[in-house]
Design a protein around this ligand. Sequence first.
Ligand SMILES: Nc1ncnc2c1ncn2[C@@H]1O[C@H](COP(=O)(O)OP(=O)(O)OP(=O)(O)O)[C@@H](O)[C@H]1O
Ligand SMILES: [Mg+2]
Length: 335
Amino acid sequence: MPLLEVKDLGVRFTRREGAPVDAVQGVSFSLEAGRTLGIVGESGSGKSQTVMALLGLLAGNGRVSGTASYRGKNLLTMTEAELNRIRGDRIGMIFQDPMTSLNPFLTIERQMTETLQLHRKMPRREARRRAIETLESVRIPDAARRIGMYPHEFSGGMRQRVMIAMALLSEPEILIADEPTTALDVTVQAQIIELLRELNRERGTAIILITHDMGVVAGLCDDVMVMYAGQTVEQASAAALFAAPTHPYTLGLLNALPRLTDEDDDRPLQTIPGNPPLPGEVGEVGAGCAFAPRCAFCSERCRESRPPLAAAEGYLDALRACHRPVAEIIEAQHA
Ligand SMILES: Nc1ncnc2c1ncn2[C@@H]1O[C@H](COP(=O)(O)OP(=O)(O)OP(=O)(O)O)[C@@H](O)[C@H]1O
Ligand SMILES: [Mg+2]
């Protein structure tokens, strides 16, 4: 049984004016213990709402549908009390901006020990010792002294490490990291990703990493789910996806990635033309493929009917939502 099995997840937001927004539609994935899954896609594609829905953290106007079984129990129908036992304990979460989840008025010690006292009923001294150990494990120098500091006294990179340490305190089985490095400079970014990789290898923590950066996925993830306008457009192992993306959108994301390995490759980076649809623009039943207006492979059929997510013929491992033959997309990569 997978640790986490998500089936046909949907998130719909009602709005005071206009039609409801289907921010996430028909998303399914499973996460085995110790595996790493990357969720990729441009801004607004539904990555964050997917994981927020799992943890019962949607805004008040949001409704979730589908199922999400954690160890066989549906997270989506749990009571707040049941969910609280899992959230922040068995499933840890790191948010994009550390300041949104660190309390600026409390020392790091207070914030860390409170979690342990609450979830684990640990005595104060033991909680403090464990907190220091965890800060050390994410390479915060001089942790025993720094634990007494306030969030603003840390640099951006160090604050992100504190966040990770907080998420790791209870040794969660699953760590969900939503764009954990976007606000950081490239060197710090690489260190944080390395830290996540170690965590996965050494403690066997399963990781869901949300990012818009394919390069980050390449460095960490076993499996990849590519989202566009609230839907999965391609889902495959990272090995398969990087060797041969089968969806035009994935191809576009990969072409927009600088090739660090190939120094004399001076081809200009290709960006995907146009912008993702605005909320509310997609989702009408009967509409075509959401990516069609920006797709170089688009045909009449793509504008008329939405392609379902299905096995990519010849690529056992991959699921794709595209009407065009796989061979055509693969061929274009070598043109
Ligand atoms: N409370 C809300 N009411 C209405 N629409 C919402 C609400 N919260 C999110 N949305 C919409 O849901 C869609 C998906 O948002 P989500 O935050 O999942 O995007 P994302 O892929 O994480 O993007 P980013 O990379 O910018 O973080 C967006 O179009 C967003 O505007
Ligand atoms: Mg997001």
